[in-house]
Design a protein around this ligand. Structure first.
Ligand code: 5GP
Ligand code: ZN
Length: 112
C-alpha cells in the first residue's frame, strides 16, 4: 500500500534498524522502545489489522518469526512478550499488522 508507513519501511524507502528479513516477513527495531528489546515483526504484504488476516501460514509465520528472532537476540530462554494490538481499544496506531516483540525486562500482568 503506497501511503503505509510500514510498507515503506519494509521496502526500505524509509530507513529502519533491520533485525530480520525474508521473502514474506520483515522485522525492525521500534523507534520508541518500551523495553531493552523492542522489535516490530510484520508481514511484507499489507493488512491493516489482525481482523484482516485470513492466511493461517502467514498468521502463524508471524509467531514463528518472533520466536526465531527472540532466539537470535538471546532472549528466548529468559522470556519475552509478543503483542498484537488490534484497533482503537488496544491502542493500534499504525494500520499495517505488526507484532511487538518485547524482552529484556520483567513485564507485569495484566497489561495496562
Ligand atoms: P501500535 O501502537 O500501532 O501497536 O504500534 C506502533 C509502533 O510503531 C509504536 O511502538 C511506534 O513506536 C512504532 N513506530 C511508529 N513509527 C515508526 C517509525 O517510523 N519507525 C519505527 N521503527 N517504528 C515506528
Ligand atoms: Zn502497509
Amino acid at each position: 500500500m503506497s501511503d503505509c508507513l510500514f510498507c515503506k519501511i519494509a521496502k526500505k524507502e524509509i530507513p529502519s534498524e533491520v533485525v530480520y528479513e525474508d521473502e514474506s516477513f520483515f522485522a525492525f527495531k521500534d523507534i520508541n522502545p518500551q523495553a531493552p528489546v523492542h522489535v516490530l515483526v510484520i508481514p511484507k504484504e499489507h493488512f491493516a489489522t489482525v481482523n484482516d488476516l485470513e492466511d493461517t501460514n502467514l498468521a502463524g509465520g508471524l509467531v514463528i518469526k518472533a520466536k526465531e528472532i527472540a532466539k537470535k537476540l538471546g532472549v528466548d530462554q529468559k522470556g519475552y512478550r509478543f503483542v498484537l494490538n488490534c484497533l482503537a481499544d488496544a491502542g493500534q496506531e499504525v494500520f499495517h499488522v505488526h507484532g511487538h516483540l518485547l524482552a529484556g525486562r520483567k513485564f507485569t500482568w495484566p497489561p495496562g
